[in-house]
Design a protein around this ligand. Sequence first.
Ligand code: 0A1
Ligand code: ZN
Length: 898
Amino acid sequence: MRTDTPQAIYLKDYTPPAFQIETVDLDISIEAGFACVTASLACQRNPAAADPSASLVLNGEDLKLESVRLDGRPLGQGEYVLCADQLMIHAELPDSFTLTTVSTINPDGNTQLSGLYRSKDGYFTQCEAEGFRRITWFLDRPDVMAKYTVTIHADKAQFPVLLGNGNPVGAGDEEGGRHWAKWEDPFRKPSYLFAMVAAKLDMLEDWFVTKSGRKVRCAVYVEPGKLDQCGHAMAALKKSMKWDEDVFGLEMDLDHYMIVAVGDFNMGAMENKGLNIFNTKYVLARPDTATDIDFQNIDRVVAHEYFHNWTGNRVTCRDWFQLSLKEGLTVFRDQQFGMDMHSAGVTRIQEVRTLRTAQFPEDAGPMAHPIRPASYAEINNFYSATVYEKGAEVIRMIHTLIGKDAFRKGMDLYFARHDGQAVTCEDFVAAMQDASGLDLTQFKRWYNQAGTPKLLVRGAYDAATKRFTLDVEQQYPATAYEKRLEAEGRAVARGAYHLPLVIGLLGADGRELPLRLAGESAAADTQRVLSITEDRQQFVFEDLAEAPVPSLLRGFSAPVVLDYPYSQADLTHLMARDSDAFCRWEAGQRLATDILMAGVAAFQAGSGDTLAWVPAGYVDAMRALLGSAFAPGGDPALVAEALMLPSEVVLIEATEGTVDPDAIHAARLALRRHLANELKGPFAAAYHELKIDAPYSPEATQAGARALRNACLSYIAEVDDAESLALLQNQFDSANNMTDSMAALSALAQFASPARDAALERFLAKWKDEALVVDKWLQVQSTSRAPDTGARVRALLDHPAFDIRNPNKVYALIRAFCAANPKHFHAADGSGYALAADAILQLDALNPQVAARIARSFDRWRKFDTQRQSLARMALVRVQGHDKLSRDVAEIVGKALE
Ligand code: 0A1
Ligand code: ZN
């Protein structure tokens, strides 16, 4: 039995590689039941290596070595050693030489989906972070950058499409109905960006002319028969190319840019040079199969992978500790793209919601880590919300502190200095500092400290002096991460963060008041970026004729928890009048959270049903909110966001002390029902008013109207009478797009009823051959609040529509249940925990990366009552006790139990 957390590797131990590899020549032959890989590596001793006589040690995993040659000479026994996923060359090595290995691999048996693997229509690769070593022996680390050529051989009828990175340089037929193709990538790249495909695929082709007149061929490859679902992805690609030229001056550098969609994929997509491989979820979309959100996600993921071509590929990471160098920056870039393409306010709100649902809990739990961790056991566990989403917030703070123009200069400088290199987060910050002249030394704490800081802000108005004083205090208590470092004797000093606090002040009539800080001669503006650098700071605003309501943390200017003692009247005022869309939304969320927390206490005391905890005026504020969508300048998309009460997951995080998931669920549902009953008329009127007659389009205005209409529908459904059921049924029956169809199905799925069962049955019958729609069918059930959900999820594990080898299915059924259905996952009898543990163990034998993602569901187990804690601990201990546990799951479970 294993009880420990696996061996960690440390950032402080980084040393440059002993060898560099100049060129890689690969020959990959796909045979029946195996693949043969010949790799010729032109190697050179690295003058920067610590040990000038170090031997060559290559990584390899699940490879069967057939032969090794050094400059053509076969090496014999004793000249190399194979040991624990390493090939060590003992033969004497000249300063430069070519090492050629021949190995066989088993892509058909590769259920991990890392390296070369089989999926329905052919063979695909995934090499980030350490998958290349599952294809051939290599110095599999990102600071080894080489030029690659690859020749692929396969059966022509079964796998007519053969793709590699870069440019096609040759192709032909071979004996036995086989064919070959050779690809050459002119850019040096790390091994994690290698890709190849041998498959039967259809292709959509288009062209993009870059700003300097280069014609780029854009191609989207999909499963045969799905060409009618890839137009949106192609359009997104071309929009991304244009945007990166316009906003960052960055041009596409290859003649071919290919996107290949595959149904079996662990993550969203992968930015391999010139040959992106995508989860079908982020490529395929048709109005009747994909929702507005799916269309938006496709835009974002296509843009994200495209933007990586500069931020990640041209300039890459020195080591995996620097992952946020490329990910935080690229997420920031895709967020900015999203804000330009869709509604800026709504996009920002959705990002904040993601951060609060996924990243804040991570920072508060056993897997807490800074955006650049100091150690890890399994790098795949660090493709985290912290590295990605908080990483993007950190870049955004630099953008806010130095301003847009200096940020652009900083990007230009970063590329001028580092194009073609593998660098560190320091290098990026140095470019920003040098371009802006702002000292970012203290700012770098964001890279080394974990945890969500708390900003305690207090305001005081003095009518006599007409001054408003803001006192700002930051708190950053140690997280599990710092406690672990401390226990290991590696504690690092913690200190105050440098962050931008963007603020405005609102008068009683909602006007934005001019802001003049003490010591300044005139009011500069109605919005200011306050630079917070100390544990405690004070800001005094002058010339205020009335007590203002402060609008704080505009645009969510820093990833912190803000604590300000707003009254309910202040919040209602901000909700209705603030000029900042995020702050308007935030005021509503804050108001709802305060009310719901009172509701939770009431339910725990047995008086929840009286609704005495809902303050007078709340229903009116929500009525006004709904009405504002129809006023001149109203934004239905934003109102839809604001009508949504904080999720149970967010409320769990907001709970100080022991979480009671049943009371949280009861209070939230009671408030939804109350609003539904009180605002029955307005919801129905809005629903009818927002009917769209035009043909479906996923663009923002139509999607916004649909979002609000479906938000109304979900409230109408809470009334749960014959009339509301008829409305749901009618929408489900007549919807001409997946957004409306799913909205109706998901409302129906909340009630264990014959109507639900019939709708689910019809939906599956209609869509059983569209894998991504079947995922929706699974998820609508796994996230339902209906009392039979736990049992249904168990039963669905055995349903023919479910496949535990397919990550999308696992995410839809199991992860969604664990992460987005707290009422059932945290069922008091432990059945949710047992279900998760069973799934983790079953998955771990197939796909450790996916198993580890499910294991993260236990992150917050210590926040619950002792009964639930003991059941969660039992489940975790059962997983940990398994004797062949992967490093991936062992790290997660080990940390959870620490
Ligand atoms: N770099 C990709 C994400 C990615 C990471 C790992 C993968 O396999 C283990 C796959 C994709 C991105 O940021 O989009
Ligand atoms: Zn990325």
